[in-house]
Design a protein around this ligand. Structure first.
Ligand SMILES: Nc1ncnc2[nH]cnc12
Ligand SMILES: [Zn+2]
Length: 337
């Protein structure tokens, strides 16, 4: 027997929080075509096989082009419900007990979809998952940084009447050329509305973008953040302030942010004392849900106690309430291979 088999078999029983997950990045090709048919939308690919065959990315932008090309199939609250429900069901099988989902609201608004349809659909699926499986979580409004800043304010305007339905604000999409400094006012507004703050930084962009996200946007977590490894002063800042990174190993390989898993900086980040969590980013596109990301770490030598520490870090870094965190941390503690 492969010596890693018992650990791989036990991984789904390890309770996890998934903190870096784009709901639109869970759109499997089969669902994309089903929704296209339901809504009379034409996808720029003839069939599921052709769409899946296009999943060969050279960098973040080549992925984003395809990701945004699929988004027009999402039109109704039912669509957002079905997408979110499919993710929550799938990730439950990987042991996800708490999930915080990004949504690119600006893009849906630009496609003519009301904010309420997006949120109603997602929240209905989250409520069902809570009722039927005990899964907790929420929605993070992701600011699409390569669209005009005014449209980020419009997205905030569109949800201001129900801001309690969101857990936070984030920052995603094409990174290089769109530094966090451009979004100071948007994040100040979100903070005044009581939202938690996170931002993608240091995925493809330089370590200085991570510094800006921390110092100018006041983020509580950094999404990706892997290029922080290049700057010892920044690493010390992340450790001192206790700012976790939501790392997505398979995403980084698929988008060629790193050459391969063996050279991924996750080990160096952990050795530096940074709080690291493991997440799937856009699992429909990157070859695996969060379980596959943990399993990939097993292949590069991570042990059961190390994976349990990563899961515990994900719970601590989440925006779940203290009682829920304590409950999940006790479950992580009790996990045995
Ligand atoms: N990996 C990623 N980086 C930036 N924006 C994204 N939107 C969806 N996935 C993303
Ligand atoms: Zn992301």
């Amino acid at each position: 027997m492969d010596p890693t088999t018992p650990l791989l078999d036990a991984l789904p029983r390890l309770p996890k929080a998934e903190l870096h997950l784009h709901v639109e990045g869970t759109l499997e090709p089969e669902l994309a075509f089903a929704l296209a048919q339901r809504n009379g939308v034409v996808l720029p690919y003839p069939d599921v096989a052709a769409l899946r065959a296009a999943y060969d990315f050279g960098d973040l932008q080549s992925f984003l082009d395809l990701y945004y090309a699929c988004m027009p199939v999402l039109r109704t609250a039912e669509d957002f419900h079905d997408l979110t429900a499919a993710y929550l069901e799938r990730s439950h099988r990987d042991g996800v007990a708490h999930a915080e989902l990004f949504v690119d609201l600006q893009v849906h608004l630009a496609n003519g979809i009301p904010a309420d349809a997006v949120l109603d659909g997602m929240l209905a699926a989250l409520a069902e998952a809570r009722r039927t499986r005990g899964t907790t979580g929420g929605v993070i409004l992701a600011v699409v940084r390569d669209r005009p800043v005014a449209t980020a304010h419009e997205a905030l305007d569109a949800v201001a009447h129900r801001v309690h339905d969101l857990v936070g604000i984030g920052l995603d999409s094409a990174e290089v050329g769109y530094p966090p400094a451009l979004f100071v006012e948007v994040f100040e507004r979100a903070a005044a509305l009581g939202l938690h703050r996170v931002a993608h930084a240091g995925e493809e962009g330089p370590p200085s973008y991570v510094v800006e996200a921390v110092e100018l946007l006041g983020v509580e977590r950094v999404d990706h953040g892997i290029r922080a490894v290049e700057d010892p002063t920044l690493l010390a800042l992340l450790v001192e302030r206790g700012i976790p990174l939501t790392v997505c190993p398979l995403s980084n390989v698929r988008l060629r942010a790193v050459p391969d898993l063996a050279s991924h900086p996750i080990r160096a980040l952990l050795d530096a004392g940074v709080a690291v969590t493991v997440n799937s980013d856009d699992p429909a596109y990157f070859g695996g849900y969060v379980g596959a990301n943990y399993a990939a770490l097993v292949q590069v030598g991570f042990t059961a106690p190390e994976l349990a520490r990563l899961a515990a870090a994900s719970v601590r870094a989440s925006f779940a309430d203290d009682a829920r965190k304590a409950e999940l941390l006790a479950q992580v503690d009790a996990w045995a291979v």
